[in-house]
Ligand binder design. Sequence first.
Ligand code: S3P
Length: 161
Amino acid sequence: MECIYLIGFMGSGKSTIGKLLSRVLDVPFMDTDEYIVEKNQMKINDIFEKEGEIAFRNYESQALKASKSGVISTGGGIVENEDNMKWMKQNGVIVYLQTSFEEISNRLKEDPTRPLWNKRIKERHELFHQRCNMYSKCADYIVTTDKKSVENIVDDIKERI
Ligand code: S3P
């Protein structure tokens, strides 16, 4: 079976939705962030602080390549790497969970565990807009998430794929 990759900004619900989707479809689940934390025995924040973002992006690419089937919830920055995008295109379908900046701000508030969110509002905004373009370009399907339950979102994904 080919993979179902969930992409989208931090706080768009990729992990929560991915877990339920994999249960409903009865396929394996993998979360690239969880994989990295387990493999390195380090929190994401600490990897950013001690080894830097480039090292984290390398771990992220390795995690993606280790995913063989089922639903894969990716980190928000998976689209920063061209090879990752090619890999996902070749190995499955890509679903972009599209969430507004307002909704994400409400969900994440101040989140010290996410180094790229833990910035000034202007920088958060810039990253959000830059990333949204990348997600839209990369996606096979776009599913909106604002004001929807996890169950509704999973149903929407099932209808598309
Ligand atoms: C990141 C998103 C995070 C995590 C890391 C970097 C990003 O994952 O991979 O903090 O670059 O957008 P979530 O999208 O699951 O928060």
